[in-house]
Design a protein around this ligand. Structure first.
Ligand code: NAD
Length: 387
């Protein structure tokens, strides 16, 4: 029998309006004074007010830290930690995208008072437990609400991960109402990010298993079936619910079958040019899949069938090619920039980007086809587009 392990969160509460019911989870976790981590954009559009009012009504006043920025730096984590420690909070809630959820995860660990931030980076370095943790995503993308990872910006161009099962929250709350306000461009970028999670988990060379495979296929089905509508009409509740669930399923899948070359080549783009995470993935996605296709044709053929509305015929190779062409068409329809040239990435930087991508060996090792530095450069050149 196939031997594998599958880890995920103990509870997922998925319902329209569930973000207004956080008090019940706080009580179950013995939280009486929560820290609520979020970003200023969400406060300014009024997304937080009803959530805070609902907590207040249940006599659970939250300390709000609303200074999370995109790709959060260590200084943000430390500022949130200092405020929370001084206020004596006894649990952590995040309401926001991957940036807010990742900050909340690390702060919950720091509040256990055992380790300092530099001691947490890497795999399984968290030793001292954490405060109770509830994560409420407002983007349908990263799946951070169900992953054992937090990504923090550590330098000008570098990010580092804290990776430990202790970062899986006690509860993930999926409330599509919170995603209705996502602008079309962020809906598209974060949605493609989630699709990449599903695709790379399905073809991961390590730890892929029947549960992660089923989750990946179902995630891709939900995401590809609803992303156009969610971008076109952000108030379509059914499309938003499918996107949020799809991102969560993709998150559970890649939390167990880790992502690969798309992410390895996307990270340097985010680091150097501050291209949002989902868009960085989208920019290199078709070129990486084209490169991988000879080694992953049967799996790509499966995914092409999931992506397509119609029954596909032809050889495995031909169907695998349809995954790549289908994704190129989707990226075009979503009106996302499709080439590095369109984002003014200097052509002369491509060698440097390829060298940096090679440092992501922990990701490249999961890729269905070995990637050399020369391959990475060729993929960046293909993704560059115009010459
Ligand atoms: P984000 O959290 O950085 O937010 C992006 C922007 O979207 C912000 O300006 C925010 O205000 C806005 N926004 C979020 N929700 C909104 C809503 N409902 N309405 C209107 N505006 C809204 O974006 P993200 O893509 O969710 O997260 C990216 C971060 O997550 C990166 O730092 C990335 O490295 C990290 N990440 C983490 C994991 C993980 O497993 N922990 C996985 C992938 C990526």
């Amino acid at each position: 029998m196939l031997a594998f392990e599958f880890d995920t969160v103990p509870k997922i509460h998925c319902a329209s309006g569930s973000a207004l019911l956080l008090a019940q989870h706080c009580r179950a976790l013995d939280i009486s004074r929560p820290l609520l981590v979020t970003d200023p954009g969400l406060v300014s559009i009024g997304l937080l007010a009803p959530v805070l009012a609902a907590l207040q009504r249940e006599d659970l006043p939250a300390l709000v830290f609303d200074q999370v920025c995109e790709d959060p730096p260590e200084s943000t984590v430390l500022a949130a930690f200092a405020r929370a420690r001084d206020a004596g909070v006894d649990g952590v809630i995040a309401v926001g995208g991957g940036s807010s959820m990742d900050v909340a995860k690390v702060v919950a660990v720091l509040l256990a008072g055992v380790q300092s931030l530099p001691e947490l980076y890497g795999l399984d370095q968290v030793k001292g437990g954490r405060l109770p943790l509830i994560l409420v995503p407002t983007t349908a993308g990263t799946g951070s609400e169900v992953t054992p990872v937090a990504v923090i910006t550590t330098g000008e161009t570098t990010k580092a991960g804290v990776s430990s099962a202790l970062l899986l929250p006690d509860v993930a709350v999926l409330d599509p109402e919170l995603t209705l306000s996502l602008p079309p461009a962020i809906t598209a970028m974060t949605g493609v990010d989630a699709m990449v999670h599903a695709i790379e988990a399905y073809t991961s060379k390590h730890k892929k298993n029947p549960i992660s495979d089923n989750l990946a296929r179902q995630a891709l089905r939900l995401l590809s079936g609803s992303i156009r509508q969610a971008v076109k009409n952000g108030h379509d509740r059914s499309a938003r619910a499918n996107m949020l669930l799809g991102a969560c399923l993709a998150g559970q899948s890649f939390a167990n079958a880790p992502v690969a070359a798309v992410h390895a080549l996307a990270y340097p783009l985010g680091g150097h040019y501050h291209i949002p995470h989902g868009l960085s993935n989208s920019l290199v996605l078709p070129s990486v899949l084209e490169f991988n296709a000879p080694a992953a044709a049967p799996l790509y053929a499966d995914l092409a069938q999931v992506l397509s509305q119609d029954a596909l015929s032809g050889s495995e190779e031909a169907r695998a090619a349809q995954l790549v062409s289908g994704l190129r068409t989707l990226i075009e329809e979503l009106q996302l920039p499709a080439t590095l040239a369109a984002l003014n990435v200097p052509y002369n930087d491509l060698d440097m980007l390829a060298a940096e991508a090679m440092q992501q060996q922990r990701l490249l090792t999961n890729n269905p086809r070995e990637v050399t530095e020369a391959d990475a450069l060729a993929i960046y050149r293909a993704a560059y587009g115009e010459l």
